[in-house]
Ligand binder design. Structure first.
Ligand SMILES: NC(=O)c1ccc[n+]([C@@H]2O[C@H](COP(=O)([O-])OP(=O)(O)OC[C@H]3O[C@@H](n4cnc5c(N)ncnc54)[C@H](OP(=O)(O)O)[C@@H]3O)[C@@H](O)[C@H]2O)c1
Length: 263
């Protein structure tokens, strides 16, 4: 309870989870609701979003506001959030667009959508929400990155590059905003058992694959302790080997063995 009280003070009264209706985003929303913080959750599918909002509100007794929006459209997200008049003390940016396939086969609009959902909107949302957090002298921002963003990742090259952007953005903001009372964290996740991953992977999960609830919990516990969290022991070792021990060329070759089979 002591932990939850500190969490509410630091990151309440409302947390915004972008992509909070299912998968990892819903796991983040649930872990936050369990800590007693109210929620704004955003997703495109209204039915799924409302069902999650009702379930979390009924289970944890917190206010859960469901906002139907496409994170590709930052201007619409900003307009809808401005109407809510709630103080957001924590941003968890989970939603992502991941075009998979050979670069020559991925349509231009899919690449542009990836940049909008994974780069433009989290950047502008962090800018928009950090202003009031700075005024209050407290808050938190979690940006979802990926082990795929640690080196080039064939077959998901553009997606991996957007995840590198989030990791580097979070590290810079971590240092810059820490003295203003705001904790920023990049979550460099390995494979997570979400509907999105299962659809892309198809076969057996990769080594070190984690449940979404485990990733959400380890990430929230790491908030305020450093700029980066890598959930799971296997993934921590994997990241160390890929980014510190191996040459870039070898790291890319190894990543290609994992990401080359995604479809
Ligand atoms: N899954 C993995 O193995 C894995 C590994 C490393 C990193 N990650 C990162 O973890 C995060 C979650 O990954 P995930 O793919 O597995 O997804 P997920 O957590 O299952 O997220 C899907 C959520 O995002 C929403 N969403 C997706 N696109 C959206 C959009 N354009 N606008 C609004 N909401 C949107 C979905 O609802 P709607 O569809 O209704 O909009 C749903 O609520 C991503 O940032 C991903 O890069 C995942």
């Amino acid at each position: 309870m002591l932990v939850a009280t500190g969490f509410i003070h630091n990151y309440g009264p409302y947390a915004l989870v972008a992509g909070g209706s299912y998968g990892l985003g819903a796991a983040f929303a649930e872990a936050i609701a369990r800590r007693g913080v109210n929620l704004v959750i955003i997703a495109r599918n209204e039915n799924q979003l409302s069902a999650t909002a009702e379930r979390l509100s009924a289970t944890y007794g917190v206010d859960v506001i469901a906002v139907v929006a496409d994170m590709a459209d930052f201007e619409d997200v900003r307009t809808q959030l401005s109407r809510l008049e709630v103080a957001v003390g924590l941003l968890v940016y989970d939603a992502a667009h991941a075009p998979i396939g050979r670069f020559e086969d991925v349509p231009e609009e899919q690449l542009a959508q990836g940049v909008s959902v994974n780069v433009r909107t989290p950047l502008l949302l962090a800018k928009m929400l950090s202003g009031p957090m700075i005024e209050r002298g407290r808050g938190g921002i979690v940006l979802m990155s990926s082990l795929a963003g640690g080196q080039g990742s064939p077959n998901i090259a553009a997606y991996a590059a957007t995840k590198a952007f989030n990791a580097i953005l979070a590290e810079g903001l971590w240092k810059e905003l820490k003295p203003r009372g705001i904790d920023v964290l990049a979550c460099l996740a390995g494979a997570i058992l979400t509907p999105g991953y299962q659809e892309a992977e198809g076969g057996r999960p990769a080594p070190g694959t984690l449940e979404a609830a485990v990733v959400a919990e380890q990430t929230l516990r790491a908030l305020g302790k450093g700029p980066v969290v890598v959930p799971g022991a296997v993934n921590k070792v994997g990241r160390f080997v890929l980014t510190r021990l191996l040459s870039r060329r070898t790291a890319i070759d190894i990543m290609a063995k994992n990401t080359g089979g995604l479809s």
